[in-house]
Each structure stands twice: as C-alpha cells, then as structure tokens.
Ligand binder design. Structure first.
Ligand code: GLN
Length: 356
C-alpha cells in the first residue's frame, strides 16, 4: 500500500514536471557506422565519356559529398573494400558480417550503412540477413551513376540510407536496401534494370517503404525475424554452389560438369516455374541422388516456384526456391550446406523460413 502510494506520487510529480518542468536535454544524435565496399556510388570517371571505374572514392569523401548528413547522425566511416560488386566474394562478406555484429553487438554504433555496388547488392543484403546476430538497422545503399556524373544519385541515396537507418520504423526489420527514395527488404529486393536509377524492385511483395523529404514511411508490417540464423565457418570460402541457367535445347552437360567440379549444391535458374528439359531434370535427379543439394529456381524474375507441379520434387529429391531468385537461393544453399543442412525436406523448410 505504501509502495503503491509512492508510485502514484512519483507519477503525479512526473506529470506535473513533464512538458517543460524539467530541463530539456539536447538529444545526442544516433551513431551510424558507414562501411564502404566500393561500387558505382564510389565510382569516378574522367568526365565527358560514359566510362568510369567503380570503388575509387573513399568512404570519407563519399560522406563529405552529402550536405546535411551530419545533422542526421554522428557518422563514422570505414573502408572494408574498394571493389565493383561483380567482384564481391566470401572474404569481404565474412569481414562485413563480423564487423557489423561487432559494431552493433558491442553498442559502438546504433545502425550500420553499407555502401555497395548494385550488381550483387541483393546477394550481400540476403547473406547478411541470414547471418547477422544483431537486430539493429543495417541498410545497404548504392547508386546507378558514378560520383562524377551529371545528377549523380549517390549523395541523395546515402543521405536517405542514413535517414532510414536512424528512423524508428527501421527497428526490427533487419537488413534493408535503400535507393531512389524506396526501401526494400533484403529477401525481396532485386535489381531489375541494367542502368535505370529505379532499378531496385521487390516484385514478389512490393517495397518495404518510401523516403520523402518529410518522412520515412514503411508500408509493410515488421516481419518476424528469420527463424534460423546461420553460423559462418571459421574461414571463407563457403561451400561451392553453382547456378545452371536453363534454356531451350538444354542438355545435361552443364549439370554433369558442375558435379564433376565438386559442386555441393546446384541451383537451377529454370524456365517458367523452375522447369528444365528432361535431360537437365534427369541430370539434377542423379546429382541429388549423390547428395548434391538441388534447388529449383526460375530465370523469369518474378513469381514463386512451386513444388510438385510439373516436376515431382518429392520423388526426385529437390527443393524449390519459392520467391528466392537463383542468386539468393545460391547464397542460402551455401549457408545451409556450411551448417550441415542438406536433406531436401530440411532445405525446403529453410527456404520458407526467412524474413520478408
Ligand atoms: N551501379 C552499380 O553499382 C554497378 C557498378 C558495378 N558493376 C558494381 O556493382 O559495383
């Protein structure tokens, strides 16, 4: 009773002082670590021509080119690599994942922004989404025009990425991609146009949200965290998983060769609903019989790949990628195999378990 009265009194005092009764403390800006990997956002050309080199501008210079970014957050910058993302690899991925978990896990930063080339950004985003222990905001950002281009889109995109990373709405959403005023979830995002600034789309669910001068607006609910997080081996590389691209007149050669090269997994970038010629399906079935993880995905670019429609996945020992495109299915297969998950039913369950 006495305790209850004390609490009541404390509440009344707090209410009386609130809204002006107490000195207002200037709120410290959130701390955002920018980890730079290269890409067109750090690209530089000689001017005039269309050519440029990715990954030439340093992390510090990228940030210096964004007016007002220091009003959004206390920014720190680290150079993780200086590559076009066509050269992204397991070594950089391991470094990124460990550094991000360190920065956010030890409370050295409140959010992380990764600058990255756009070609493989969706793969890095999906990889990080499946291995990071932290649930604080991690935002990948890039650009379609180099820093020296007319109307370079990098500075605006970087500004918006920091704005999203520090927004309340980003909390609990895991890894996001921000470009062109649009926010995408790591699982759904895809590069869909070779050169356009609105290249990133989420064809199987739509964007997570939008950024405008006034706000960061999420239009999708916060999805539950991925049920499984994968452990990285002590050292790269991840297990070898190859993508085989289906086409009219396909024979078994590419699949048989992948098995001979020692692939532990094969992802079919199938026609239509993850389909392929009889010769290719037979070769995949033989690979699955030998313990190779086989995931049927699609080269189409949108839509889900479904089980047991034209292909008897149950009988042949295949998993299907659902909404994952071939390049993301490949990353997941690598992580699964590295974590000892190779049975078709367990692979299938893992494909469906991620965060949207
Ligand atoms: N627009 C881009 O970022 C593509 C350039 C480069 N190939 C990269 O992915 O890094």
């Amino acid at each position: 009773m006495v305790a209850a009265r004390h609490i009541l009194l404390a509440c009344i005092v707090a209410l009386a002082l609130g809204g002006g009764g107490l000195p207002v403390q200037a709120q410290a800006l959130p701390r955002v670590a920018v980890l730079a990997t290269g890409g067109t956002i750090a690209g530089s050309g000689s001017g005039g021509g269309i050519g440029y080199q990715a990954g030439k501008v340093s992390a510090q210079d990228l940030i210096a080119a964004v007016p007002g970014i220091d009003k959004l957050a206390q920014i720190s910058a680290e150079q993780v690599s200086s590559i076009g993302s066509q050269d992204m690899n397991d070594t950089v991925w391991f470094t990124l994942a460990r550094r991000i978990d360190d920065l956010l896990g030890k409370g050295e930063a409140d959010a992380v922004v990764v600058t990255h080339g756009t070609d493989t950004m969706e793969e890095t985003a999906f990889f990080l989404a499946n291995v990071l222990r932290t649930d604080k905001p991690v935002v990948l950002v890039g650009s379609m025009r180099p820093s020296t281009a007319i109307s370079a889109d990098g500075p605006a995109n970087l500004y918006e990425a920091v704005k999203v990373a520090t927004s309340d709405g980003a909390k609990g959403r895991g890894v996001l991609v921000v470009l062109n005023d649009t926010i995408h979830a790591a699982r759904l995002v895809q590069k869909t146009n070779t050169t356009s600034v609105e290249t990133f789309q989420s064809p199987n669910g739509g964007p997570a949200g939008y950024v405008d001068p006034a706000s960061v607006r999420f239009v999708q609910p916060v999805a539950p965290r991925a049920t499984k997080l994968y452990t990285l081996p002590a050292q790269p590389p991840l297990p070898r998983v190859e993508i085989v691209y289906a086409h009219a007149g396909m024979d078994a050669a590419a699949i048989d060769d992948a098995v001979k090269r020692g692939a532990k997994g094969i992802v079919l970038a199938g026609v239509g609903d993850g389909n392929a010629s009889k010769a290719a399906i037979d070769a995949l079935a033989a690979a699955a019989q030998q313990g190779v993880v086989v995931i049927r995905a699609s080269r189409v670019g949108s839509g889900f790949v479904n089980r047991n429609v034209e292909v008897d996945d149950d009988k042949l020992g295949f998993a299907v990628s659902l909404d994952l495109n071939p390049q993301k299915a490949r990353v997941l297969a690598q992580l699964l195999i590295a974590n000892g998950v190779t049975q078709p039913a367990a692979v299938q369950e893992a494909v469906g378990a991620g965060r949207y």
